[in-house]
Design a binder for this molecule. Structure first.
Ligand SMILES: [Zn+2]
Length: 614
């Protein structure tokens, strides 16, 4: 009887709660025909979008992004840049004055929607600057497909951020966030973020894009070029086909991507090399003295893809392109737009590695960047730091490649300007606070996790995260579920402290008492974020002896880590301020002692963490 009731309750709760948890994702298929007027930096476009609603919800309205409408005086992006002044994004303002305010009228970004139809019937639409709301004639039923056809024209904006014409290195056009793009719909509803400069979110989509442009142009793009023998730059035996207007037609295809981006210039050179068991890599850039490091970077980029494949999961696409363009570095599907001129090989490779790594943490693991930028920028920065320490080894980065990030985090906490990493990407009040919250806090999140669960477990967690969530839209909850399952630990407290708050870690050595046959150490927790503590000694005969003091909130203790064996002591409850341990070594036997010899713990005050014994 009891058994029956439990069974019934179980079925009922599965019915009530199970359904909303079922994972689904929307799908979009774009076919676009673009006719570029290169002399005037404009184009006309036609788009057929086949949209599949895999959600259990009936959709009566859909939303599109029209990002280029942000690039004009008085736009929300302009207002935001003006309001934040010198604290805002340095690319959007000079000396606190918004760069958007002075864009000449003829160079304002424009996306004019001429018409949109659903299954052949015109639709009503309302444009709210960078977001277009479209009211449907026929709602899209769950598990059904509909077709939208759209005609529009556009003006490629003055180059301010990412997209634009005539960038500072002389690239004619960087064409990114450039077409009417359907917004993502998921359990959180439509992702209708106004574009004011930061991150994106989109459904996985297939692309079939035809671009007509003056035959003298070379295009670099994220996708597979279908007709390299008919256009300039890709094949030495190409016979360039031009129409009566002198335009060549470029045909690109891509599958399962979040975005399609391209750039065009008359002076691009295209170089290519293939990574064994990896993508065919394209370099599309202006070859000159200023871009000489591109040539030298090839063996390093080959090694880079191999490391990423081995450590984080296999790159899933046939090609990847590094294209000179834009305003710094920005990732898109199968392509990045990066500035090409750098004063060292390490800087160029660092940028390539960062943007390339977004293929894993922005593209293949497509978390919502607008709501959780730390998962994309932070995890990308983590892998970037590790890979760069392998490509450019030095004594410091060999022992702990994260020293620089930990230092900049600790220093920033002292400015009082820190903002929680859980804030929406575009809503940080300070550009530096955004960088710390997203890049550094996200990176150090994984560094702390490695410290708590052990590096072997962290590596397993990263791989399992990829295996389970590649080509999907994971949330932080999905990541934490895997982290807890693999480590066996409760880690929710850590996620909460690190991401939702600006509380800091601050442990120290309060007192050391040298006894006749042992040493008594009293540690103190002066911070607000509790952590397990690894405590080590360097003995007079140069051995490292380590003790693990678990935090009972994790319930399970760390079994192994980077730095050899350790002894696990009694746990330290988070409510308790001090902890005393007796070490069976005398003063004469100890050279130094301290908290976390690995240097991974993001303690904001390190001065009281180590003692050298005279
Ligand atoms: Zn990034």
């Amino acid at each position: 009887m009891k058994k029956m009731m439990f069974l019934a309750l179980g079925l009922l709760s599965a019915f009530l709660f199970g359904q909303k948890e079922k994972y689904y994702q929307q799908h979009a298929k774009y076919k676009m025909e673009i006719d570029v007027d290169a002399a005037h930096f404009t184009y006309k476009g036609k788009q057929t979008l086949t949209y599949t609603n895999n959600s259990p919800d009936e959709l009566k309205t859909v939303y599109y992004h029209l990002y280029w409408n942000a690039f004009k005086p008085g736009s929300m992006m302009d207002q935001r840049a003006a309001n934040l002044g010198v604290n805002g994004d340095s690319r959007l303002q000079v000396g606190g004055v918004s760069r958007l305010a002075s864009i000449p009228t003829e160079e304002e970004g424009v996306q004019n929607i001429r018409s949109i139809e659903q299954n052949g019937t015109p639709l009503r639409f309302e444009i709210q600057e960078t977001v277009m709301k479209v009211v449907l004639n026929e709602p899209i039923k769950p598990n059904s497909t509909t077709t939208f056809t759209l005609e529009w024209d556009a003006v490629i904006p003055y180059q301010i951020r990412r997209a634009g014409r005539n960038n500072r290195e002389g690239i004619d056009m960087t064409v990114t966030q450039w077409y009417p793009k359907i917004a993502e719909y998921d359990y959180d509803g439509w992702a209708t973020f106004d574009y004011i400069g930061r991150e994106f979110h989109a459904p996985f989509s297939d692309y079939d894009v035809t671009i007509k442009i003056d035959k003298d142009y070379v295009i670099g793009a994220g996708g597979v070029l279908q007709n390299p023998t008919e256009v300039k730059g890709y094949e030495s035996d190409a016979v360039i086909k031009a129409d009566k207007d002198g335009k060549a037609t470029w045909r690109w295809k891509a599958t399962n991507m979040l975005d399609f981006a391209w750039a065009a210039d008359r002076d691009y050179t295209v170089e290519t090399f293939t990574v064994l068991d990896g993508p065919k890599v394209y370099y599309v850039y202006q070859k000159s003295d200023k871009t000489a490091f591109w040539e030298q970077s090839k063996p390093l980029i080959t090694k880079y893809f191999q490391i990423m494949n081995a450590d984080y999961g296999r790159y899933a696409y046939p090609t990847y392109s590094f294209v000179q363009g834009g305003d710094g570095g920005m990732e898109y599907g199968m392509v990045t737009m990066i500035l090409g001129e750098h004063n060292s090989l390490e800087r160029l490779v660092g940028l390539m590695v960062h943007e390339g790594t977004h293929m894993w943490f922005q593209q293949m693991l497509a978390s919502n960047e607008s709501t959780s930028p730390w998962m994309d920028e932070g995890f990308t920065s983590y892998a970037e730091t590790k890979v760069m320490s392998q490509l450019f080894p030095s004594a410091e980065v060999q022992t702990n490649p994260f020293v620089g990030s930990l230092r900049s985090y600790a220093n920033f906490t002292k400015t009082g300007k820190e903002e929680p990493a859980s804030w929406l990407a575009d809503h940080h009040d300070d550009g530096r606070a955004y960088s710390i919250a997203s890049y550094v806090k996200g990176e150090t999140f994984l560094v702390q996790l490695g410290y708590i669960v052990g590096e072997k477990n962290l590596a397993l967690i990263m791989k399992e995260f990829f295996n389970q969530w590649s080509m999907k839209h994971p949330s932080s909850r999905d990541f934490m579920h895997i982290a807890q399952r693999i480590s066996g630990m409760d880690l929710k407290w850590f996620h909460h402290y690190w991401i939702n708050t600006v509380k800091t870690i601050d442990y120290g050595i309060k007192n050391v008492e040298y006894l006749e046959s042992s040493t008594r150490v009293t540690l103190i927790n002066k911070g607000q974020v509790p952590m397990p503590i690894d405590f080590s000694l360097l003995t007079a005969d140069q051995k490292i002896v380590t003790y693990q003091i678990p935090l009972n909130m994790t319930r399970e203790w760390k079994k192994s880590d980077l730095y050899g064996a350790f002894t696990t002591l009694h746990y330290w409850p988070w409510t308790q301020k001090e902890y005393t341990l007796d070490i069976p070594y005398t003063k004469a036997q100890i050279k130094a002692l301290g908290i976390d010899f690995s240097g991974r713990l993001a303690d904001v005050n390190l001065e009281d963490n180590y003692i050298e014994v005279e």
